[in-house]
Design a protein around this ligand. Structure first.
Ligand code: HEC
Length: 191
């Protein structure tokens, strides 16, 4: 009988403690198992940090640094940058059927609405009044020369920066995807 009484008191005490501690602070996480999981010793990016002069944890990267894997394109959005890219920049990807096929799909999604499925400048939005781009195979570039002679670098420059009515595709197409699209555009130039 006594044992049961003691047990009853113990259970009541634990229950009361649980009720009291859980209600004390609404923002409290309560009892934490392995709290280092939550309250780690590393600084969070938005935490003040006495180890740096400006007191912030998130430091600006040093000037001139780039994220790992970032591909640079050091040609400005000017006629000179376009011409220079046209002679210096070559497609770094090997010509494989898989890359070509992927380029075709990307072209059909991103470029054909204006340029048309065969690159003739007769896409669907052109049929609705959008200014027609010149045909890749028979048109003339507004920057001079025949469209069929546009080099890898000139096309890459155009996709990266856009040109007049054509916007930049830099945020939609990663550099490798641009090169795949270019493989397909080079094919359309020969049609
Ligand atoms: C919104 C319509 C539109 C889309 C989408 C579009 N273009 Fe264009 N593109 C144009 C127009 C218009 C021109 C002609 C611009 C000029 O010469 O003023 C052009 C020109 C070009 C040229 C010729 C550049 C030069 O040097 O003369 C290339 C190459 C080109 N586009 C490639 C692409 C590729 C690749 C895509 C898809 C990633 C694409 N375009 C998507 C409208 C578009």
């Amino acid at each position: 009988m006594n044992k049961i009484k003691i047990l009853g008191i113990a259970v009541a005490a634990v229950a009361t403690t649980v009720v009291i501690t859980s209600c004390k602070d609404k923002r409290s996480t309560g009892w934490e198992y392995a709290p280092n999981m939550y309250e780690h010793i590393a600084y969070d990016p938005d935490q003040p940090n006495p180890n740096f002069k400006d007191g912030k944890t998130a430091q600006k990267p040093p000037q001139g640094t780039i994220p790992v894997g970032f591909v640079t394109f050091d040609y400005p959005n000017t006629k000179d940058g376009y011409e220079l890219a046209g002679t210096e920049v070559k497609n770094p990807l090997p010509q494989t059927p898989a890359s070509f096929e992927e380029g075709k799909v990307l072209f059909e999604h991103f470029c054909s609405p204006c340029h048309g499925m065969k690159g003739l400048g007769d896409g669907l939005v052109v049929a609705h009044g959008f200014p027609a781009p010149p045909s890749y195979s028979s048109g003339q570039s507004s920057r001079g020369g025949a469209m069929k002679d546009l080099s890898d670098g000139k096309i890459y420059h155009t996709i990266t920066y856009g040109l007049n009515a054509m916007g930049s595709y830099a945020s939609q197409l990663a550099p490798e995807e641009r090169w795949k699209v270019i493989m397909y555009v080079r094919h359309l130039q020969t049609l």
